[in-house]
Design a protein around this ligand. Structure first.
Ligand SMILES: Cc1cc2nc3c(=O)[nH]c(=O)nc-3n(C[C@H](O)[C@H](O)[C@H](O)COP(=O)(O)OP(=O)(O)OC[C@H]3O[C@@H](n4cnc5c(N)ncnc54)[C@H](O)[C@@H]3O)c2cc1C
Length: 262
């Protein structure tokens, strides 16, 4: 398992305290996105912006008025961008999502199996824990399922940012944020299945230098150095658990040197 030390340049002063972390917005792997897109029943250009609209009924003084309105959470962009940047296509589908896929399965046996997974918790847990399948693997296991783009994008969850402890001190590296990232790779099915790649850690590993990464700083109010600079600190962290401590010791050393200490 490899571990990365990333040095990100904000291009300007950036405010944070040692112990804070960042939320990184990753993107999904191209081969999974392309595979899922190839399985959709699509009537639009994959690279042309689309807007998903919902028919909403509003009570007005003239009675119920129905209007098409933009979907609350699905942004207007191309299907490829949606699946790449905005939707979670790697976390195993929940039972309710499997039930939605069952509604478009044309093979009765596949439909029966999908409904079994959706309604039988022990069958679902066994399937999920053994295969930990991403969306393309589900669509491959059930080839008669060819959902419409709108069915799929309105039932997938948003792709979540991943958090990483800041591994640097602003006193030592102004305008920079360093991260210490363990790259997540594993084989499913007891080590004999396909390799799965953690979305964000592999996104960071493969990221070309010089490109922009979208992230935000989040304060960790309960995790900071003691206010008294002279108090000794014992830092304990397994593996990448040492990530924030690199920021702590850089910070303590910088403050000690600035005040003439060691
Ligand atoms: C506050 C905070 C700070 C953090 N700081 C750091 C940090 O400094 N450095 C760091 O490296 N990480 C850190 N993390 C963890 C980090 O946010 C991500 O969870 C991690 O990088 C994995 O994300 P990913 O997108 O690569 O993997 P994902 O795509 O999210 O996949 C991870 C998921 O894969 C599954 N999985 C993983 N291994 C296996 C396996 N062997 N078998 C079956 N399933 C498996 C698990 O369900 C796991 O949740 C931090 C998390 C938090 C909440």
């Amino acid at each position: 398992r490899s571990t990365l030390q990333l040095e990100l340049d904000a291009g300007q002063e950036i405010q944070y305290q040692p112990g804070d972390h960042v939320g990184v917005f990753p993107c999904n792997r191209k081969e999974i996105v392309d595979g899922v897109l190839s399985r959709l029943t699509i009537r639009v250009d994959l690279d042309v912006p689309v807007q998903v609209q919902v028919l909403k009924a509003n009570n007005t003084s003239n009675g119920v008025v129905k209007t098409w309105e933009p979907h609350d959470t699905v942004p207007s962009c191309s299907l490829r961008t949606l699946l790449t940047w905005f939707l979670d296509i790697t976390t195993p589908l929940a039972p309710i999502q499997l039930e939605n896929l069952a509604s478009v399965a044309t093979d009765p046996e596949e439909q029966r199996r999908l409904l079994q997974l959706a309604t039988n918790p022990s069958a679902y847990e066994e399937w999920r824990n053994w295969k930990f399948p991403h969306l393309l693997e589900v669509l491959t296991e059930f080839p008669s399922v060819r959902p419409t783009a709108s069915l799929l994008v309105t039932h997938l969850n948003p792709l979540q940012p991943r958090f990483y402890s800041i591994s640097s001190s602003p006193e030592v590296h102004p305008g920079q944020i360093h991260l210490t990232v363990a790259v997540v790779n594993y084989k499913t099915q007891g080590g004999k299945g396909p390799t799965h790649y953690g979305v964000c850690s592999n996104f960071l590993q493969d990221f070309p230098p010089g490109q922009n990464i979208h992230l935000f700083v989040r304060s960790a109010h309960n995790f900071s150095l003691p206010l008294s600079r002279n108090l000794p600190v014992i830092m304990v962290g397994p593996g990448t658990g040492i990530a924030p401590f690199r920021g702590f010791w850089q910070h303590k050393m910088a403050l000690a040197q600035a005040s003439g200490g060691t």
